[in-house]
Design a binder for this molecule. Structure first.
Ligand SMILES: Cc1ncc(C[n+]2csc(CCOP(=O)(O)OP(=O)(O)O)c2C)c(N)n1
Ligand SMILES: [Mg+2]
Length: 580
C-alpha cells in the first residue's frame, strides 16, 4: 500500500460505532447475513466485548434482539443488509415500540447515488418504520474529512440515549455504505473516543415527581376512600414491596395480572378474573376508586367490570395506554417514588386501614382459589388453565417465564397463583403471535436463570425459523407447547357459532407434527399426557439443559367446556349472607 492510499473511512466508521455502543452498555449484536452490512458485521465479529448472534431470518433476528432487550433492559443492536431484509425487522420494531423495549436497529443501505435508479436490493429505507421509532437517522456515507470521527461517535452514543426513552423503544440508523465494503488495508480514519473510556455523550435525567400540593391532594383523595382497588398490568415499572406497602396503608387490594410481575405480596388478588364473572360478587366488590399501574388487565370480564369507575391512571411515560377510555385523571409521575411518597403521606394520617376493601378481597382470594384449585387437581387429563397454573408454580426461583399471546397469557392471568422469584415476559405491546420462538431465545440469551415458554401450537409454528441453528447457540430454554390443533381462543368468540366457516377461517389447524418439526432442529420433545406429570417433566427438561420441547395435547371444544365449568362453579359457590 503506497503512502498516498486514501485512509479507510468505512472500516473506521464501523469499528467506531461498535466501540461507542459498547461504551454505552451494549453487549449483544444480532445480525443476518448480507454484503452491504459487511463493514459492521466484521466490526462486531472482531470485537471480543460483543456477543454476536447470527440468524438467517431477519424477522427472527429482530425478535431475538427484542428478547435480549426485554431480559437485560439494555439495547441489543440488530443489523441487516439493504432491501426486504430491513422490512422483515418491522414486526419486532413495532413490538419494541408499543412494548417499551430498547432496541437499536441498523440497516445497511446503498449510497445516495444508487437509490431510485433501479439498483439491486434497493428500496426506500428512509423512515421505513414510520413513527414506530423514537429516533431515525439516515447517516452520511462514511468519508474521511475533519471531524468525521466525532460525528460517528455522537451518532452511536445518541442512539443509546434515544432508545432508553422514556419511554424506551426502537431507534433506526440507516447506514449507507459505498464500496469497497471490506477493510482496504490502508490506515483507518482517526476517531478517538473519550479518554476515560466512557461514552461520547452522557444524559442527566431527572425523575418525574409530583409537587407538594399535587401529592397532598392525591393522598387526601385516596385516604378518604376506603373502598378502592389497585390494578397492575404489564409495564408497571415498580417493585412489589413498594406496591405492597402502599396497599397495606390504603387497605386496598392489588388486582395483579401475572405479566405485571407484581402478583406477589399479602394484598394481592390473583383470582379476580374468575371471581368477577359472577355478577353478584362483581356488584358486591365494586370499588369507588381505581388506581391503575401499568397497562390494563388482560381479561375482558375484569375490564368490563372496571368500566365507568373513577380511575387514576399512573402514566409516567405518557404512553396513554387506555383503550377503554377509563381514565378520569392521569398522574404524570414515576410510579415507584409516587407510591413511596403517597404511602408516607397516608401513614402520617393513619397507620394501616382496617376499613379498607382488601380484607374482603383476600377472603375471596383464599376461598375461591382453593375451590378452583381443587377442581383442577381432580382433572387427570391436561386442561389448559391447569397447565398455566402448574408451569408457573413449578418454576425454580430465578427462572424467566415467557408467555405467548392468545390463551396462554389469559390462562396465566386467570389461573396462576401468586408467587415470587419468576420474571414474567410477554409481547403485549401489539399482542402478536409472531416472533415468539425468537423472543424466547433472545430472553434466554440475556437471562441468567432458566427460561421457560408457554405457547400455543399456532404461535409456535409462526416462528419455527427461530429454531434455525438453535442446537449450536449454547442456550437453555424449554418450550411448553399446548397443541390444541389450531387457534383455541376463537372457540370462545362469537365466530364459534359459524360452523360453515369456523375451522377454515379461524380454527385453522395445521397438519404438522410438532415433535417431528422440532426434531429437524435437533430439539428433543417429551409429550405429557397426564396433568400431574407436567410439572416434573418441565423440571426434568430444565435440568437436561439445552433447548427442549414439552408437548401437551388438548382439545379446543373440551377446553371451552372446562373453562365454563370453572366459571359456573364459582358462580354457584355460596354467597355471603350479608345483603348489599
Ligand atoms: C401476527 C399475528 N397474526 C394473527 C393474530 C391473530 N391471532 C390471535 S390468537 C391467534 C391464534 C393463536 O393460536 P395458538 O397459538 O395455537 O393459541 P390458542 O389460541 O390455541 O391458545 C391468532 C391467529 C395475531 N395476534 N398476531
Ligand atoms: Mg392452539
Amino acid at each position: 500500500m503506497s503512502a498516498a492510499a486514501p485512509r479507510d473511512a468505512t472500516t473506521a466508521f464501523a469499528r467506531t460505532l461498535v466501540d461507542e455502543w459498547v461504551r454505552g452498555g451494549v453487549e449483544h449484536a444480532v445480525l443476518s447475513p448480507g454484503s452491504r452490512s459487511a463493514p459492521l458485521a466484521l466490526a462486531f465479529a472482531d470485537d471480543p466485548r460483543i456477543r454476536l448472534h447470527v440468524h438467517l431470518d431477519e424477522r427472527s433476528a429482530a425478535f431475538f434482539a427484542l428478547g435480549l432487550g426485554r431480559a437485560t433492559g439494555r439495547p441489543a443492536v440488530v443489523l441487516c443488509t439493504s432491501g426486504t431484509a430491513a422490512a422483515n425487522f418491522h414486526p419486532a420494531v413495532l413490538e419494541a415500540s408499543h412494548g417499551g423495549i430498547p432496541l437499536i436497529v441498523a440497516t445497511a443501505d446503498r449510497p445516495p447515488e444508487l437509490r431510485g435508479v433501479g439498483a439491486g436490493q434497493t428500496i426506500d429505507q428512509v423512515h421505513l418504520y414510520g413513527d414506530a421509532v423514537r429516533w431515525f437517522v439516515d447517516a452520511e456515507v462514511p468519508i474521511d474529512r475533519p471531524g468525521s470521527g466525532e460525528t460517528w461517535r455522537e451518532l452511536a452514543a445518541r442512539s443509546v440515549i434515544e432508545t432508553a426513552g422514556p419511554p424506551a423503544g426502537p431507534v433506526h440508523l440507516n447506514l449507507p455504505f459505498r464500496e469497497p465494503l471490506l477493510p482496504t488495508g490502508a490506515a483507518l480514519v482517526d476517531a478517538p473516543g473519550r479518554p476515560d473510556g466512557g461514552p461520547w455523550l452522557r444524559e442527566t435525567v431527572s425523575g418525574r415527581v409530583l409537587d407538594d400540593a399535587a401529592l397532598t391532594a392525591l393522598a387526601a383523595r385516596i385516604g378518604a376512600t376506603p373502598n378502592g382497588v389497585i390494578t397492575a398490568g404489564w409495564d408497571a415499572h415498580v417493585s412489589p414491596a413498594v406496591v405492597d406497602a402502599f396497599a397495606a396503608t390504603t387497605g386496598w387490594p392489588v388486582l395483579a395480572d401475572a405479566v405485571s410481575n407484581l402478583r406477589t405480596g399479602g394484598h394481592v388478588v390473583s383470582i379476580y378474573d374468575i371471581l368477577l364473572r359472577d355478577p353478584v360478587r362483581a356488584a358486591e366488590l365494586r370499588p369507588d376508586l381505581v388506581l391503575r399501574l401499568g397497562a390494563p388487565l388482560t381479561g375482558k370480564a375484569t375490564s368490563q367490570w372496571l368500566a365507568d369507575l373513577p380511575t387514576l391512571l399512573v402514566d409516567p411515560d405518557r404512553r396513554w395506554v387506555d383503550p377503554a377510555r377509563r381514565a378520569h385523571e392521569v398522574v404524570d409521575a414515576d410510579t415507584e417514588p409516587l407510591l413511596v411518597a403517597l404511602t408516607e403521606r397516608l401513614t402520617e394520617r393513619q397507620t394501616g386501614r382496617t376499613d379498607g376493601s382488601s380484607a374482603r378481597w383476600t377472603a375471596h382470594e383464599d376461598r375461591t382459589r382453593a375451590e378452583v384449585d381443587a377442581v383442577l387437581d381432580r382433572w387427570a387429563e391436561p386442561f389448559e388453565g391447569r397447565i398455566a397454573r402448574d408451569v408457573m408454580a413449578a418454576l425454580p426461583d430465578g427462572a424467566a417465564l415467557v408467555v405467548a399471546s392468545s390463551m396462554p397469557v389469559r390462562d396465566l392471568e386467570s389461573f396462576a397463583a401468586p408467587r415470587t422469584g419468576v420474571d414474567v415476559h410477554a409481547n403485549r405491546g401489539v399482542n402478536g403471535i409472531d416472533g415468539f420462538v425468537s423472543t424466547v431465545l433472545g430472553i434466554a440469551a440475556g437471562h441468567d436463570g432458566p427460561t421457560v415458554a408457554l405457547v400455543g401450537d399456532l404461535c409456535f409454528l409462526h416462528d419455527t425459523n427461530g429454531l434455525l441453528g438453535v442446537a449450536e447457540r449454547g442456550l437453555d430454554a424449554v418450550f411448553v407447547v399446548i397443541d390444541n390443533r389450531g387457534g383455541g381462543i376463537f372457540s370462545f368468540l362469537p365466530q364459534a357459532q359459524l360452523p360453515d366457516h369456523f375451522e377454515t377461517l379461524f380454527g385453522t389447524p395445521q397438519p404438522v407434527d410438532l415433535a417431528a418439526l422440532a426434531a429437524v432442529h435437533r430439539v428433543p420433545t417429551v409429550e405429557v399426557t397426564r396433568a400431574a406429570a407436567l410439572a416434573p417433566t418441565v423440571l426434568d427438561a430444565i435440568n437436561a439443559g439445552g433447548v427442549g420441547m414439552v408437548l401437551v395435547r388438548t382439545d379446543r371444544a373440551d377446553n371451552v367446556a372446562r373453562h365454563r365449568e370453572i366459571f359456573e362453579l364459582v358462580r354457584n359457590l355460596p354467597h355471603s349472607a350479608k345483603k348489599t
